[in-house]
Design a protein. Sequence first.
Lengths: 437, 471
Amino acid sequence: MSDFELLENILSQCEARGAKAAVRMSSGQEWSTQISGGEVELHEAASSNNISIKCYLDDGRNAGVSTNDFNKDTLTRLANEAVDLAEAGAADEWQGLADAHDCGLNEIADLDDGGEHFDEEQAVQLILDAERLAKEQDKRIIASHRSGVNMHRGESWFATSNDVRQHKHSSTYSAQLVIVAEQEGEKQMGYSWTANRNFKLLRDAQTLADEAVDKAVSGYNWKQAPTGTVNVIFNNEIASQILGLVSSLSSGNAVYRGSTCWADKLGEQVAHHGVHVYDDPLIPGALGSRTSDSSGVKTKRTDIIKDGVLQCFLTDVYSARRLQQPLTAHGGGCGNVRLSPGTMSEDDLLKSLGTGFYVTGLQGHGVDPSSGHWSKGAQGFWIENGERSYPVQNVTLAGNMTEMFKNLEGIADNPRPEASTSSPSILIKNMQLGGSD
Amino acid sequence: MTTSTVPFQLDQSTCEQLINHALASGGDFAEVFSEYTTAHSISYEEGKVKSASSTVVCGTGIRVFAGEATGLAYCETGDLQDLMRCAHQAGQIARNGGTPSGAQELKNVPHTQYYPVEKPISDFSIQQRIAVLEEMNRHATEADNRVQWVTAYLADSERHITVAASDGTYAQDTQPMIIVLCSVIMAEDDKRETGRSSFGRRCGMEIFDLTSPQSLAEEAVRLASFKLAADPCPAGSMPVVLAAGGAGVLVHEAVGHGLEADFNRKGVSVYADRVGELVASEHCTIVDDGTLLNNRGSINIDDEGTPTQRTVLIENGVLKGYLNDKLNARLMNMPCTGNGRRESYQVPTIPRMRVTTLEGGKHDKDEILASVKNGLYAVNFGGGSVDITKGDYNFEVQEAFLIEDGKITRPVKGATLVGNGPETLQRVTMVGTDMEIDKNAGTCGKDGQGAPVGFGTPTTLVSELVVGGTA
């Protein structure tokens, strides 16, 4: 199916019953291979399709349905069910289709490589080489697990009752290496990954092997650090996870529910004055780039935090109307969230830390945007005089997100490559470490 | 919201045809897995329906094993030509060798019904379902004037599966599920806290014989209110008493995942090659059970058509075996325990837990608490995760109390707790008689696949865990 005919049939069915609708049809091609011990372990190839219908009555009553059963009877039944469900709902003045004048597609280069550079044999070779290089590099590497390479190419068609028509396509390639080291009976895991919209631009096997081996073996001879208040540097991979909290704290849908502790902080200092955070969904070739959001609204660059001051809430059509705030095209989430890098190298940032905790891994779910409470398992290295003193594992780190961003006093110059939410290494002061007595 | 008829359930002769075609290039084993799932949800906020949805997911996944390798292909139509292409594609994994082998004659796999449904939710109109949410919302709103926001949620699904394989398996199952959830946000001065309660079961609307909109609402409000009043949790290493029920998350993370066969076959789990060894204190007997009536984690058959069972993993501290699917059982020469599960036809089957429990011990709850000089009594739990290689795991505690001189004293709010699985199991020094299965709607994530699971524990004392508080 390569045109809008099917979507328009569904729109007509909803419209005949007095509803307006937005219909999206997606189709994807997937290919993935997992390897282990130099052999292919799992090979998967498939294509998938989905149709989702969101329908609205004039007073904002609404419902959504989706299916991958394209049987005509199923589609008719579901279009009717969408209207039935909406009719059973409640009026909501802010619900409805996006205004047609807000909708549109940006021109962004390199979101789809057309599959022309992709070669199945090269893809499998990349991850086989990475596994082999890892084992050659360090005799302690005994196995790999769920290492593999994946391809996804997707295409979607979007049509609404107010005449929006959008056709998009994209490609994503990724590879991950997960290895296990063993030393004197103690096992440790290391991993690395790469992802790109262009197959040719994936990181090479040697880089993947180096990073995974370092993670797997550098934790041996670890100790628990002592319980107490510490200054912490998060490496750029983990800092990118911390940066991700900004998206949930400033989400418009969390603001009207009161489920974020930044709900009443618009225009206020929420972070250290050196902190600038923006979302730029228009970067050519970037993983998080997108031409429009899930409601068809044309995407744009958004400053979220400037000089530590919260600039806006991230809104979709509903939350923008409800909060009477600018529409930032965040239906379906963020694009490429960035923390502006500083000028210091990570080594200099470590020197400025003096004594503290350098975090290279976090585990757990302990994040509550409503109270700001943040608590995780952590691992990394204890730092003395700006140098690694010993590896640390089996400790916890905790703080309050409101305080954490205010205490973000140092930013290095090394943004994490490839990630859609990307931060350089950061220094956060005064966090609580739980470890040895 | 009517339950639709199932448009394609593959019959035996079609399955045989597909299996033979999949094995045409060789291969040791071929399997056809077909699924038709319908799901509905209603979310109720601000005293009205906020959103409602209905979903249909259907497709057929075909797997072929050749040695340790698996070929997987799927398609989403019932069209025989598409299915045959899919079978051929999956079979390509064996293209470099092997002699074509035929399938055994398919035979119906007999199995027991562990989730009878008394009141199918499809018999209840959308208005009747909304009425449940209205009631929950009303109780939550009226329970406390600090309640700022209430989300009431009801979801149901019905998954029809057909599995046929070259080992002669032909099995079908219908797997119902209901989840009810209440979430509240409460505010006092400049503090905000969230409270959540949920209940998930494989049953129909008789779920409300075991819980009620009122009790779920009151529990969510109680928890948020508790957090508003509680002090920060301490940080550091200390003895922790885990309350019966939800502490099953510890068993799931600290032990369960590490005993899934795929990790052990490749030697990447901390428990690899340790069957027959003492891996826990003698107080620990750990079981994974798919037979608990109407439990969220129970399954009549797994997604490979193997009838479910009660599997003893650790008995009085000794490791008895792993959680196996067909592939790993064959390669490790161990019994298949019926733990092969897949989120959908699109993804590979992997060993997964069902309902994982620490069996009851001999100590009284009060005796356990009294034995602790200074420590933490953890009552309400959130999610967890584990690094199966090191065995390091974590889980979130929502509600806890300090234990001082053997007595429960101050309430303290949530924190992440971390420990090492094998170490923790050695540090289980007292196990209560009060075994309880958790009622929450637990979902386990592994390799990007979600699976409904259950767990349970009696009151349990772990002599040392690291508590991630801020005080």
